[in-house]
Design a protein around this ligand. Structure first.
Ligand SMILES: Nc1nc2c(ncn2[C@@H]2O[C@H](COP(=O)(O)OP(=O)(O)O)[C@@H](O)[C@H]2O)c(=O)[nH]1
Ligand SMILES: [Mg+2]
Length: 201
């Protein structure tokens, strides 16, 4: 079965669970710290320049954005986290929304998590990873902005993160750069296989 991510279209930006799209078929969600390159990665993977809005002012949007690929498949843009200037209340709200999404969403196949390759696995990243593992949601980590490091430093960073997840089922990772295109094909294939349920048992 082949699906075309380039067909992705904005459907809705939900501020409350009542606005979430119906929970059927398959969806893959994107999450990551503010400014980690989540929107850039989403755009590169679907092959749109401006599907998800990239921003130099992180941490402003708290809504969950739904993109439809076809009648059965969606990509989800979850709110960024970890921006220092965000008030504690907003941070708590983020945590409760994400936890609820992970715990209740039966069409959710996996989480694509963006982490700046220079600063991976910050505390909130680890918290989100643990929620995913607890909810049996697979995680594919994109170590973003790899163009900022030499090849050997990329490989070192990848090994360091990998060593954290030795023996953890359902966690995979790769290096990525939306700027140079490094790893975009690999990430796209991963998303497609998750949306067609070829990898989950
Ligand atoms: N050098 C480099 N910069 C990137 C890359 N991806 C994103 N950025 C920059 O990082 C900033 C945040 O990117 P954005 O995609 O909006 O991050 P988000 O807040 O996680 O959605 C922007 O200034 C981007 O241009 C990348 O692969 N390489
Ligand atoms: Mg963004």
């Amino acid at each position: 079965m082949s699906i075309i991510l380039n067909n992705a279209k904005f459907v809705t930006a939900a501020h409350a669970p009542s606005q979430w799209m119906q929970d059927y078929g398959y969806e893959v969600a994107f999450a990551g710290r503010s400014n980690s390159g989540k929107s850039t990665a989403l755009n590169a993977i679907v092959g749109h320049k401006r599907l998800a809005i990239t921003s130099k002012t992180p941490g402003r949007t708290q809504q969950i954005v739904f993109f439809q690929i076809d009648s059965e498949r969606r990509l989800i843009d979850l709110p960024g986290y970890g921006y220092a200037k965000v008030p504690a209340k907003v941070q708590e709200h983020w945590a409760s929304v994400i936890e609820q999404y992970l715990a209740t969403r039966s069409s959710l196949q996996a989480m694509i998590m963006t982490m700046d390759i220079r600063h991976p696995l910050k505390p909130l990243d680890s918290q989100l990873l643990n929620w995913c593992i607890e909810s049996s949601v697979d995680v594919h980590i994109l170590l973003t902005k790899a163009d900022k490091l030499s090849k050997s430093k990329q490989a070192n960073a990848k090994r360091t993160v990998e060593s954290e997840f030795k023996g953890t089922d359902g966690v995979t990772l790769q290096v990525f750069s939306g700027r140079t295109g490094l790893g975009v094909d690999q990430a796209r294939e991963r998303v497609i296989s998750l949306l067609t349920n070829e990898t989950t048992g």
